[in-house]
Design a protein around this ligand. Structure first.
Ligand code: S3P
Length: 177
């Protein structure tokens, strides 16, 4: 076994790319613990994400995310699903890469809309023209997601099928490092 056998697996990506469902499936298959960062933040703050955004602001939420990243990089053997905006602070990705393998899940805007378009828990996707909003936000963040060396296409795949791809990419990464 190579020395990085226990590196964390971090699944980043836009909302609705399947970070949580895939992360859970990867964790089950590898018998690891899955950390859903949004859920952890909600538990600690005692309120759902939309309320944190509404009452304390996005900046406050981004600080909570940042603090949690610095905490999680001190632990090994995890599968981590951050919120879609984790890429907004490059330090988050740099820190995650220090103890883990970061992969970016991708999906078309239409796939995203079908997966999370009706979910009231996505404060950044509220409003009438949801597809337009998804396209706009995705385009704005494109360079940040594109910068992740390992990309995983999820269109037309179930979380379990994506999990198989993720584990394969992870093992290949271990073999080559
Ligand atoms: C966000 C994505 C959400 C959540 C918050 C902000 C974003 O997580 O962290 O609503 O900025 O893309 P999911 O990607 O799990 O929906």
């Amino acid at each position: 076994m190579s020395s990085d056998a226990q590196r964390n697996i971090i699944l980043v990506g836009f909302m609705g790319t399947g970070k949580t469902s895939t992360g859970e499936a990867v964790a089950v298959r590898l018998k690891r613990k899955f950390i859903d960062m949004d859920t952890m933040i909600e538990e600690r703050e005692g309120m759902p994400i939309p309320r944190i955004f509404a009452e304390k602001g996005e900046l406050y939420f981004r600080r909570l995310e940042r603090d949690l990243v610095t905490e999680l990089v001190t632990v090994l053997d995890l599968v981590i699903g951050p919120g879609g905006g984790i890429v907004l602070n490059p330090s988050n990705i740099r820190d995650f890469q220090s103890t883990g393998v970061v992969m970016c899940l991708r999906a078309k805007p239409e796939t995203i809309l079908a997966r999370v378009g009706h979910d009231p828990n996505r404060p950044l996707l509220q409003g009438d023209d949801k597809l337009g909003r998804i396209r706009e936000l995705m385009e704005k963040r494109k360079p940040l997601y594109d910068a992740i060396p390992i990309q995983v296409d999820t269109d037309g795949l179930t979380p379990d099928q994506v999990a198989v791809k993720v584990i394969d990419l992870y093992r290949r990464h271990q073999d080559s490092h």
